[in-house]
Design a protein around this ligand. Structure first.
Ligand SMILES: C[S@@+](CC[C@H](N)C(=O)[O-])C[C@H]1O[C@@H](n2cnc3c(N)ncnc32)[C@H](O)[C@@H]1O
Length: 246
């Protein structure tokens, strides 16, 4: 718990240290404590939590709301040294509003670790509260019908524990999805043509035979392919020992 009486307000700190938001660091600050308190409430942070980590603490208002819960161990990570004086006032750190530029790679890494039960995810009941820019949130939730559908939609939806669809190793799956979304403006026919030019004639035959069974419409683009279908494709490569081209 921190004593706010001894602290300058975050609004004042922003003025004093001239902490204007830098777009290249995806900076966008919350200056209303009602909002940061609500975020913390929804994250279910409890004073018994052993450790809370905040990535991208900025001027530290969310950090203050987290500290107000009475937690005792906190790590705040911040790339921009300008925030050091503001954060130095706070002795501990938190979790919350992710820097938008690192949100997608971090999320994919965490989802993979969660799926493999690695790192902190070896422990049961790890709760993470992640806040994203609306555009990133839209992409995460996008279905095959939405124009925002992207690699992150496929990966997160496939790895999500509430509705897991993955039945192939996550690294192979990611490789396939990354390859297709790296060519998202091309048709599936054109992408498969490139893939086939990079594998042996025997492998080409095996791939053609199995692709027919998938019954994909090859005039479509990758965003129209569901996570389940990408799983099936990954399985074809694995079961027929076809090395996926990089
Ligand atoms: C969207 S702001 C959020 C600030 C604060 N948490 C809030 O809610 O007001 C994201 C913060 O992440 C920081 N940031 C950006 N890239 C970072 C990185 N690679 N590592 C750590 N912090 C980073 C930015 O400097 C910025 O302060």
């Amino acid at each position: 718990m921190i004593s706010n009486k001894s602290l300058l307000s975050v609004r004042d700190l922003v003025k004093i240290y001239k902490l204007s938001a830098k777009s290249q660091l995806s900076q966008n600050f919350i200056l209303d404590k009602n909002v940061t308190d609500k975020i913390v409430k929804s994250s279910q942070i409890d004073s018994n939590d052993l450790l809370v980590v905040e990535v991208g603490a900025g001027p530290g208002l969310l950090t203050r709301s987290i500290l107000d819960t009475g937690i005792t161990n906190m790590i705040a990570v911040e790339k921009d040294k300008r925030f050091l004086p503001a954060l130095m006032q706070l002795s501990e750190a938190s979790r919350g509003n992710l820097p938008f530029n690192v949100a997608s790679p971090l999320l994919i890494q965490w989802m993979k670790m969660l799926y493999k039960r690695e790192g902190i995810f070896k422990f049961p009941n790890v709760i993470m509260t992640l806040m994203f820019q609306k555009e990133v949130g839209d992409r995460i939730a996008a279905s095959v019908k939405d124009p925002e559908r992207s690699r992150i939609s496929v990966l997160v939806q496939s790895l999500s524990l509430s509705k897991p669809v993955l039945n192939v190793p996550v690294d192979n799956f990611e490789e396939v999805v990354r390859y297709f979304y790296g060519r998202r403006r091309k048709t599936l026919r054109s992408i498969f043509k490139t893939i086939k030019s990079r594998i042996s004639p025997t492998e080409q035959g095996l791939l053609d035979y199995n692709l027919e069974k998938l019954e994909w419409d090859l005039t479509l683009r990758p965003e129209k392919i569901s996570s389940e279908e990408f799983c099936k494709l990954t399985k074809i490569f694995i079961e027929n020992s076809i090395k996926f081209p990089t």
